[in-house]
Design a protein around this ligand. Structure first.
Ligand SMILES: Cc1ncc(COP(=O)(O)O)c(C=O)c1O
Length: 387
């Protein structure tokens, strides 16, 4: 019998049943008042999760489209930006800006480490002629499982009057992001991660500073234009092009569930499952890529032990136990495996993943006592429940 699929990827993620069913609602015309109500409720729910009063634009694309839009709408060709690269997705953001003819200066950090804010401060202080127009950062570097703190970078951006553009694709709703309080001008996320919805919709919060910068920016955009999207919102809460209505139904339901649970509780839940996975990995004798203080609460990267091949590990997890994990990219390819634990991930998903991992590792010749990881994770959940 085929076992139940346990999707432990850093996106796409499992969708709650009610949100899946909501996606089967009858399709409505996108110029009808019902669709305006749908979009309005989605945007209100998103403002709660982004912790912002900014406009949150709904684009029909995956996260990468939103990252591209954030560049195309705020910058001009030849503008200088600082790109803070802590892994594959930081590198991707820099590459997108380069493709648009932006003058990108990367500050590279070792993969598995977080942004060193002092380096950013030093570089901005050297910029006496105010050539730097924006900072690009990855809030949650999915390739390594590192969280970069936007707050001190937002303070620096404010001090030096530059824009802060943040890739929040794998963080929003799983790692706290206070868009307004921390001064994030553009934050980009997508539906298929911690927002517990199908892939295909990208959500972008845009500050008035970013919209103003857009008035002067000369990079081309039409489908991605924030201005067109905003004008349409302001007129009658519609989108310039046909939105992904079925996905918006699902997203509305997921946002309702998050509101009901409460944002702080959503973050707590992510923190607890992260602790359980990290404690379990350590108990099994595995090495975590990232230190506790900067560890993501949506994805955990674990070193592949010498005795085991990454591809065999992933394959056996999938074929024997129907548990889906993934590897990493670039310099970490084959060296670490990653477990996603964002959105609609339950404690039992975590327990079955750890259990399967132990068995697969043991079968591959890694020495361990079956149950040690499971016990460590159980202890985390048990203690949490007894508090
Ligand atoms: C941090 C980050 N940025 C960007 C992306 C790309 O998103 P998408 O695949 O939705 O275009 C991902 C996807 O995993 C991501 O984790």
């Amino acid at each position: 019998m085929k076992e139940k699929r346990t999707l432990m990827l850093p996106g796409p993620t499992p969708i709650p049943k009610q949100a899946r069913l909501a996606g089967a609602e009858e399709i409505i015309g996108h110029r009808e008042p019902e669709c305006e109500d749908l979009l309005k409720e989605v945007v209100d729910g998103l403002k709660y999760v982004f912790q912002t009063t900014n406009d949150v634009l709904v684009l029909t694309c995956s996260g990468t489209g939103g990252l591209e839009a954030s560049i195309a709408n705020t910058l001009s060709a030849g503008d200088k930006v600082l790109s803070l690269c802590t892994g594959a997705f930081g590198e991707r953001y820099a590459t997108i800006a380069e493709r648009y003819g932006v003058d990108v200066e990367r500050i590279n950090f070792e993969w598995g480490k977080a942004v060193d804010v002092n380096k950013v401060r030093e570089r901005l202080e050297e910029d006496k002629n105010n050539e730097i127009k924006a900072i690009l950062m990855t809030h949650n570097e999915t390739s390594t499982g590192v969280v970069n703190d936007p707050q001190p970078i937002g303070e620096l951006a404010d001090e030096h009057d530059v824009l802060l553009l943040a890739d929040a694709v794998s963080s929003l709703a799983g790692v706290e992001l206070k868009v307004d309080e921390w001064g994030v001008d553009v934050a980009v996320t997508s539906s298929q991660k911690a927002l517990m919805s199908p892939p295909g919709v990208c959500l972008v919060s845009v500050s008035s500073k970013a919209l103003d910068a857009g008035q002067e920016a000369d990079l081309p955009s039409f489908y991605w234009s924030f201005q067109r999207a905003k004008e349409r919102y302001d007129r009658n809460f519609q989108t310039p092009s046909t939105p992904a209505i079925a996905i918006l139904y699902s997203l509305r339901e997921s946002l309702r569930q998050m509101k009901e649970e409460g944002l702080q509780e959503v973050f707590n839940r992510h923190q607890i499952v992260t602790k359980a996975i990290r404690k379990a990995a350590e108990a099994i004798g595995l090495e975590l890529l990232v230190d506790d203080e900067i560890a993501s609460t949506t994805v955990t990267a674990i070193q592949v032990p010498d005795e085991v091949e990454y591809s065999t590990l992933r394959q056996n997890m999938k074929e024997k136990y129907n548990v889906y994990i993934t590897g990493s990219k670039g310099e970490l390819k084959g060296k670490v495996f990653r477990i996603g634990h964002l959105g609609n991930v339950s404690r039992s998903d975590i327990l079955s993943t750890i259990s399967a991992l132990e068995m697969v590792l043991k079968q591959e010749g890694f020495e361990l006592k079956l149950g040690v990881g499971l016990e460590a994770a159980q202890k985390v959940f048990y203690e949490e429940e007894s508090r």
